[in-house]
Write a protein that binds this ligand. Structure first.
Ligand code: PEP
Length: 249
């Protein structure tokens, strides 16, 4: 179901005490909203985050999962392990996973399918590099990332997919895609899904923008018709900033 979503990806930041403190502050400052609000703390702090947010509407999600059921995968976490602690939404395909941990479209397709097989919700990230945009290849790259990892899914599976378009050149750089660039790409993504499936599937999927979203630019980006919210990195680590971004939606 298409809904407005603001999600914070904390990456490898915040220890246990800092996680509790940030969630307490965020809960106190959370604006009234009909949007879904999510946070993705580090794995070792997920249980504590769940406990801290027991009586909150903020959802705790995971930054990653492995595609295997269990076994000899040192350092990895399975879907069942997440479900066991009450987490049923997972980010898959973040550009840092692709760049630093060798996650290819093929691996990501397996991860998406493994999560969906557990009835989990997937926030699937993708986006072009600066060289792709400069060489005017950004639509091809983004279209390919979506098709390669997601187009073997049945249409019905798309109700569990959230997309996050994150141009790599805008992540953590302070450089944001303009609201027009975001809208242009989000419209292209929706058309790609319409062509591959149909308009109903395309119109039901939430497409988030990610890449240096801040309180100062959130409202303009979120005002675009095909932008259904944001995946927020740096600004999600500051309660006032994250709250302001939630307010902007
Ligand atoms: C991200 O890593 O998903 C992200 C959008 O980071 P930032 O907001 O810091 O650019």
């Amino acid at each position: 179901m298409r809904s407005k979503i603001v999600a914070g990806n904390w990456k490898m930041n915040k220890n246990l005490a800092e996680t509790e403190a940030l969630l307490t502050e965020l809960s106190a400052k959370l604006p009234d909203t009909t949007a879904e609000v999510m946070v993705a703390p580090n794995f070792v702090n997920l249980v504590t985050a769940k406990q801290s947010l027991e009586s909150s509407t903020i959802e705790v999600i995971a930054q990653n999962m492995h595609f295997a059921e269990s076994g000899a995968y040192t350092g990895e976490t399975s879907g069942d392990m997440l479900l066991d602690i009450g987490i049923d939404t997972v980010i898959i395909g973040h550009s840092e996973r692709r760049a630093y941990f060798g996650e290819t479209d093929e691996i990501l397709e397996k991860k998406v399918k493994a999560a969906l097989a557990k009835n989990m919700r997937v926030m699937f990230c993708f986006g072009e590099e600066l060289t792709d945009r400069k060489s005017d290849n950004h639509f091809n790259v983004v279209g390919g990332q979506i098709k390669n990892a997601l187009f073997s899914l049945d249409a019905s599976a798309w109700s569990k997919i959230v997309l996050a378009y994150e141009p790599v050149w805008a992540i953590g750089t302070g450089e944001t895609a303009s609201a027009e660039q975001a809208q242009e790409m989000h419209a292209f993504i929706r058309k790609t899904i319409t062509d591959g499936y149909d308009a109903a599937v395309a119109n039901n999927v939430s497409i988030l923008y990610g890449g240096s979203v801040k309180p100062a630019n959130a409202a303009e980006i979120f005002s675009k018709p095909d932008v259904d919210g944001g995946l927020i990195g740096g600004a999600a680590l500051v309660a006032d900033d994250f709250a302001a971004i939630i307010k902007a939606i």
